[in-house]
Design a protein around this ligand. Structure first.
Ligand SMILES: [Zn+2]
Length: 162
């Protein structure tokens, strides 16, 4: 009887761990303490990128940016989104239907606010970018709803070829 209970408990714990499994693989070089991040980032950047806050709609730098170029992670500089996949969502946050590379972002389940949402993170530094919702345009049907303050935009002509 005891063994049976133990098996059940273990199975329960395992499935729980499975549900919270993340794809995030922070680069060891970017594993900084909250204090180190606080020194590097502005108050608003720290609030959103490290404390998973959200900027107020229609207040960010890029929600209405129609320029051609690349959006980088504000914290570590990794290229994340291309303006070619940016679209007008009407939400007041910069919205994209696809990242430049799925390897550069991580998706985690977010249980805050009493609903399950999918959080979008920078896969190199673990910075919080925003959330992804299944109500975007074709061809992906996804809406990556991001915070301007998590991003850094560079016009196409200033993008350095690597
Ligand atoms: Zn980053």
């Amino acid at each position: 009887m005891k063994t049976c209970l133990l098996v059940l408990l273990t199975a329960g714990l395992l499935s729980c761990a499975e549900a919270q499994k993340s794809t995030l693989k922070v680069d060891p070089e970017w594993e900084l303490s909250q204090e180190e991040w606080q020194e590097r980032l502005s108050e608003m950047e720290f609030y959103v990128l490290r404390l998973k806050g959200t900027e107020r709609a229609f207040t960010g730098e890029y929600w209405d940016n129609k320029e051609d170029g690349i959006y980088y992670c504000r914290a570590c500089g990794l290229e994340l989104f291309d303006s070619k996949t940016k679209y007008k969502s009407g939400t007041g946050w910069p919205s994209f239907w696809d990242p430049i590379s799925k390897k550069n972002i991580a998706i985690e389940k977010d249980y805050a606010m009493g609903i399950i949402r999918k959080e979008v993170l920078c896969d190199r530094c673990g910075g919080h970018l925003g959330h992804v919702f299944p109500d975007g345009p074709k061809p992906t049907g996804l809406r990556y709803c991001l915070n301007s303050v998590s991003l850094n935009f560079l016009p196409r002509e200033e993008v350095k070829e690597e």
